[in-house]
Ligand binder design. Structure first.
Ligand code: NCD
Length: 292
């Protein structure tokens, strides 16, 4: 694995190997990497979890982390992303984690570079490390993916998390359904209702409304959204005993999820964040091992 760009490019056995390595890290394994690799995290969109989690993983692996701040970088002077990446390669950076608002930004970076690219989220495109940490969390809970019922709720068409997870979970044999306003359905054919999904679903995956990717204002208020698509206490009570709730976060309390449910018994939201560090260690180690 030279880069990690999308869940589309990952084979089932590659996913399984990454999940196994993450588990080893969680159980205390130490990286076999030579500790002389340098890395930079290029975040051109806001981030708390993903950026901090990558940085934690990088430090746990003993990598040299070069600080990068998009707001004071030469991109402000008009430098292209490609020239920024080439600059980092020229000064000896081995890998970059990039988050950028443009879908598929990485396509124009791939020719003529030798450093590794890990996609930390491209517009409404893909978010492969979030998907891997979600898969890890689901496997930790159920021990499998086959025949699990997963429901994604919310702004599906603008969510890179939904795209990466739909791709990966379907590949792994889970049944994925979507519950969303019709205007956010995108290419995902089947939509469902709360009544239909509550008795059968194993995982409710809530998604934030991606206001920053919308051309116009949302046509309903926060209260209306919560009423129709939010996880309320009443809906929570109808879930299967074994069902879990996930959300990539940041979550908006009392919009996607009732505030009191964020840390409820079925919620794995903070567990997802915890697991993300091990997944990112596994991804970074795998990519850096391929470098000569
Ligand atoms: C997500 C993202 O940036 O795509 N957040 C994350 O990485 N944990 C989800 C979101 O912003 O809604």
């Amino acid at each position: 694995m030279k880069h990690l760009l999308s869940m589309k490019n990952l084979q089932i056995n590659e996913i399984e190997t990454l999940l196994e390595r993450a588990l080893e890290f969680q159980q205390g394994a130490v990286s076999t990497l030579k500790n002389n690799f340098s890395i930079a995290n290029l975040f051109f969109e806001p981030s708390t979890r993903t950026k901090m989690s990558f940085e934690m993983a990088e430090r746990k692996l003993g990598l040299h982390v070069l600080p990068f701040d998009a707001s004071t970088s030469s991109t402000i002077k008009g430098e292209t992303l490609s020239d920024t990446v080439k600059t980092l390669e020229a000064i000896g950076v081995d890998a970059v984690v990039i988050r950028h608002k443009q879908d598929g930004y990485y396509n124009e970076l791939l020719s003529g570079i030798n450093l590794a690219i890990i996609n930390g989220g491209d517009g409404s495109g893909q978010h492969p490390t979030q998907s891997l940490l979600d898969l890890y969390t689901i496997k930790e809970e159920f021990g499998k993916f086959k025949n699990l019922h997963i429901t994604m709720v919310g702004d599906i068409s603008h969510s890179r998390v939904a795209k990466s997870n739909a791709e990966a979970l379907t590949k792994l044999g889970a049944h994925v359904t979507f519950l969303c306003p019709p205007q956010w359905q995108g290419d995902f054919a089947s939509t469902s209702s709360w009544d239909e999904i509550l008795p059968t679903t194993d995982v409710v995956m809530l998604l934030r409304v991606q206001h920053e990717r919308h051309d116009s204002e949302m046509s309903f208020s926060k209260e209306q959204y919560h009423e129709e698509f939010g996880l309320t206490r009443e809906r929570y009570e109808q879930l299967k005993q074994s069902a879990i709730i996930m959300h990539p976060a940041p979550f908006n309390r009392d919009v996607e999820i009732a505030s009191e449910l964020v840390e409820s018994e079925k919620s794995r939201i903070f567990r997802q964040m915890h697991n993300g560090v091990y997944i990112r260690m596994a991804v970074l180690e795998t990519v850096l091992k391929e470098r000569k």
